[in-house]
Design a protein. Structure first.
Length: 276
């Protein structure tokens, strides 16, 4: 598949942009380039909403809220939470119930020894003592530190699991899916960290809910992503772009290929598609 930045016929121009963040819209250092910033502003000026659809938790997404236009919504935690940026409140939550969290965690621990768990809730993140926190959270202490049996006592945005001696994210994901099936949705967004959501909760299913509210169909959406957690969204959207440096499964799934995230791939495609 070759990189495609061409414009499309006016009748087929998308009405909404949905983009992942890490490895897609933002650069490796987490920054947004001036070029990308300018393209986002121009899309806002011509009335095309851009929705960030990310696996990031809310606390990591806030730093990019300055780039959200008048639509004022961000889909975070792989679709488990829609955040109203202007009001600073949740618009929609799609939570894992405590009984299901406990059941899934118990099954994974029994079948994949060495897993350590963390949890995301609206109140913050918690973890088992042996869970290795992401570098972005090492200055943000966990709300609670306890065994997963105790942490699974509240509805969760997301359940996370790591096995620190396992360095193949795809193998770990396949092993977890073999254990839990479709009782929950399990994915990953890069390194060997299982990201577990309530059944049926994906970036795509939540994006569809938002688009329905806006009167926009899947065929009118252009979407960008780079990792397995983006696959449902890219399959759902009428026009889909994998980044040039995306996971192989994403490149195979998407209908088009964008330049890499370090080369402002999303913005370059959008500039071409919308004639900016």
């Amino acid at each position: 598949m070759t990189v495609d930045q061409t414009a499309v016929p006016q009748a087929d121009v998308p009405k909404l942009v949905a983009t992942d963040l890490d490895g897609t819209l933002v650069r490796a250092d987490g920054s947004v380039s001036d070029f990308t910033r300018d393209v986002l502003v121009k899309l806002e000026e011509i009335g095309v909403p851009v929705i960030f659809v990310t696996g990031r938790p809310l606390r990591w997404t806030r730093e990019l809220f300055e780039h959200i236009g008048s639509i004022g919504l961000a889909i975070v935690s792989n679709g488990a939470l829609v955040w109203d940026v202007a009001a600073d409140v949740p618009r929609l939550t799609r939570l894992i119930e405590p009984a299901l969290t406990g059941e899934v965690a118990l099954a994974l621990k029994a079948n994949l020894p060495g897993l350590a768990f963390a949890t995301e809730s609206l109140e913050g993140w918690s973890c088992e003592p042996e869970f290795m926190a992401h570098m972005s959270d090492r200055k943000r202490p966990a709300r609670r530190s306890a065994a997963i049996a105790d942490l699974a006592d509240e509805p969760l945005i997301k359940l996370l699991a790591r096995r620190h001696d396992h360095d193949d994210a795809d193998e770990l994901l396949a092993a977890a899916v073999a254990v839990v099936g479709d009782r929950v949705n399990v994915t990953h967004s890069s390194f060997p960290l299982l990201e577990i959501s309530a059944p049926g909760v994906t970036k795509a299913s939540t994006l569809e809910l938002v688009c329905t509210e806006l009167g926009i169909s899947a065929s009118e959406v252009i979407a960008f992503g780079d990792m397995p957690n983006d696959l449902p969204m890219l399959t759902w959207a009428g026009t889909s772009y994998a980044m040039a440096d995306a996971h192989p499964s994403v490149v195979s799934c998407a209908s088009h290929l964008a330049p890499g995230h370090e080369d402002d791939g999303v913005a370059r495609v959008l500039a071409g598609v919308f004639g900016l």
